[in-house]
Design a protein around this ligand. Structure first.
Ligand code: IPD
Ligand code: CA
Ligand code: CA
Length: 278
């Protein structure tokens, strides 16, 4: 393992501790706290009181231990720091599932060296916790990826036609229309598609073998930071357009060969789509 100036094992332990505490609060909430309170980008993009409360709890826990670190959270935006590390936090990934009583929602906590931007960060540690499924995935850079204590190793690549592939859709109708058109050109070439409603869990499912691959357009840094490290530490690849770093344009995860196929295929699909809509 390459030596690192960062206390990766401590950061990993902290991610776990924070995700567990937030998970307990989120899973234990009842009544109005679990209901949609505000909308964001569209009428279907909802925030509950618990999204905000959980992020407050997470921020307090980070500040108490590492006040010099920056924090990027979905609900509270960016708090600057001086250490060069940034915590990237989604207090509830899968809020729609949460409001419907579906179990696929998770707390995603990661810490990266650099800014909260996949183009320039190095993910040091991360934890995805789905309390309603008693599931805890975590990883530390160079320390491996784990699910409830079990070391994870990615499934071997299978042909695209045998790949069970997770994906997700944005909240704005016009974006969904483009995503649906892209999917229509892909679906017959895959084993099937799964849309569970939490990108963080989808990424962990690539790492634990419940999915062969995952792709989504439009993810934010907090949707992917922890899950991406779980994938790469399990031996997988997470890439973006043209095989570069993942980005809000495209995030693809899986074994290297599958990611290469998806990146190529999705890029050409996209070009075709934009030509069609001219
Ligand atoms: C969403 C989930 C969903 C994905 C969306 C995300 P949120 O996060 O990860 O699976 O398809 O793109 O925005 O809004 O529940 O935190
Ligand atoms: Ca999210
Ligand atoms: Ca969220």
């Amino acid at each position: 393992m390459a030596s690192t100036p960062y206390p990766i094992a401590d950061l990993q332990a902290m991610c776990l501790q924070i995700a567990k505490a937030a998970g307990q609060a989120v899973a234990g909430a009842a009544g109005a706290d679990r209901l949609a309170a505000h909308t964001k980008s569209s009428a279907t993009d909802v925030t509950t009181a618990m999204d905000v409360k959980a992020e407050q709890l997470i921020r307090q826990m980070i500040r108490a231990r590492r006040p010099q670190d920056a924090i990027l959270g979905e609900e509270g935006g960016t708090a600057a720091g001086s250490s060069g590390l940034t915590w990237v936090v989604d207090p509830i990934d899968g809020t729609v599932n949460y409001t419907y009583g579906l179990p696929d929602y998770a707390i995603s906590v990661a810490v990266v060296a650099g800014p909260g931007d996949p183009a320039g960060w190095r993910i040091l540690a991360g934890c995805v916790h789905a309390p309603a499924r008693q599931a805890l995935w975590w990883a530390g850079a160079g320390l491996g990826a784990y699910a409830n204590g079990r070391r994870l190793r990615l499934r071997q690549a299978v042909a695209p036609g045998l790949s069970l592939t997770g994906t997700g859709f944005g909240y704005r109708p016009e974006k969904r229309q483009a995503q649906a058109a892209e999917l229509a050109g892909l679906l017959h070439q895959l084993r099937d598609i799964r849309r569970a409603g939490s990108a963080a869990i989808d990424l962990c499912h690539v790492a634990d073998g419940r999915l062969d691959a995952f792709y989504e357009r439009g993810l934010n840094p907090w949707d992917m930071a922890a899950g991406a490290l779980v994938v790469t530490e399990a031996g997988g690849v997470v890439a973006g357009p043209g095989g570069s770093a993942p980005s809000s344009e495209l995030t693809v995860a899986g074994p290297e060969a599958t990611v290469r196929w998806l990146v190529e295929h999705l890029s050409s699909r996209r070009a075709n789509l934009s030509r069609d809509s001219e």
